[in-house]
Ligand binder design. Sequence first.
Ligand code: GLN
Length: 542
Amino acid sequence: MAKYIFVTGGVISSVGKGISVASIGRVLKSRSISVSVQKLDPYLNVDPGTMSPYQHGEVFVTQDGAETDLDLGHYERFIDVELTRASNVTSGEIYSTIIANERRGDFLGGTIQIVPHVTNEIKRRIRQVAEISNADVVIVEVGGTVGDIEGQPFLEAIRQMRGEEGRDNVLYIHVTFLPYIAATDELKTKPTQHSVNELRRIGIQPDVILCRSDREISEGIKDKISLFCDVPKEAVIPLVTSETIYEVPLMLEEYGLGDFIVNRLGLEAKEANLDDWHKMVARLKAPKELVVIGLVGKYVELHDAYYSVREALCHAALAHNLDVKIEWLSSEGLDGGNDDKLRQVQGIVVPGGFGHRGIEGMVETAKFAREEKVPYLGLCLGMQIMVIEFGRHVFHNMRVNSTEFDADTPYPVIDLLPGQRDISQKGGTMRLGTYPCCLVPGTKAAQAYNRETIYERHRHRFEFNNRFRQPLEEAGLISSGLSPDGKLVEIVELKNHPWMVACQFHPEFKSRPDSPHPLFVNFIKVANETLVEGAQTSLPLS
Ligand code: GLN
């Protein structure tokens, strides 16, 4: 039977609850305890797939094709697990299930209420993760902050779980923030006390308090929190802002959180072994040479929109004992051949995206990479951009395009597949999740992966249009990865170029700090060999 750890947040959002959950998972896994994770999101959208990156950051795609919260990316990277759609549940999903059941007559005329109907559905979803994963421990993160109106049914559901699962099988962890007051040079515990009071009002007494702060937390502060919040002192765990997020599991371990959880839940566990993680973090923190990569997208002012891409670059750089410095370049700013900034980077990434804004700047970027022979990695939209740019070059026609951006283009090199034309329903209607791809021997892609068949995650509507495959291939575009039936071009690369490779899938979702993704590793290797005048390759990482 699985045990449950529920993680709530207090005081403010963005205190690193997702990283904490991922780190707790790693600490438990290092003791040979099997772990699964779930994020409960109180908003009313059915999933984040239709939400703007400005609102929500990156949409993380699971292997079974769910469009989920970016916290699932942290969980997968830290714990090295593959999660499923059961691992992200929103209020929108809960309510639409209940309303559909009601319309079908399942409730036999009863009045449908938050308690018990909504809370029952929430608990069913939580237990489903335990069933699917068969994990020893399921860690459940409740999104938002205690006190939010939307979060109430979730808190009520997790409160009920303690009674139903047994007191020794459920643990509550509350992540709070200790603000620093410069005038008096002290950290304040009052907001934490209030937020714990708010939790207690609902009937939840936290077992552990994780205190995020930008400064060291003194013994006196810990005593105070322990006293006022009624938590043993060893369960008041400091979460001081660290140099790298990957250090957090080590910090939690050092403060004894792993042992505390094992004892409190009576888990069977081996001795913690975080040796490899320690080494990885030490290498990450050591000063290294820089490789400078330009990331050209339309949401670059918001780095969270490309979270997994940034992490994959960092993991791949580490594999070569390098630090990556990412230049975040707005594609709109690169319109019209404004390539000064591109001349400063050793490699270019054009990541995924939707809609026509900034597209021309991305095409200019691909042109620059092709002509100047700068290493280029295209991810999903980045592959479509590379094909559009090459098509314009080959057909000498600036109207070559994807039908996403020009519905009447005479050269739709990227298009919807027949049967895919009705996109009036926006949510969950893309090609989503893992698909196999066969690599063509002798290509750069095959070299990078060093295997014949790969499995990668997709999230897109548009595809390479086979009508144009022959002329583009004759001009030097190589289709280096294809669906097993040969009908879908999944990877392209360019002849006579050091490294211009782009894929229709999102390899970034499968990169881990301790097992970087082969495409990124290869890209960084070639980028690092690219000398750029004026590139700041010896600066320490900022
Ligand atoms: N907008 C493109 C499509 O739908 C690319 C999507 C993406 O980059 N994820 O096909």
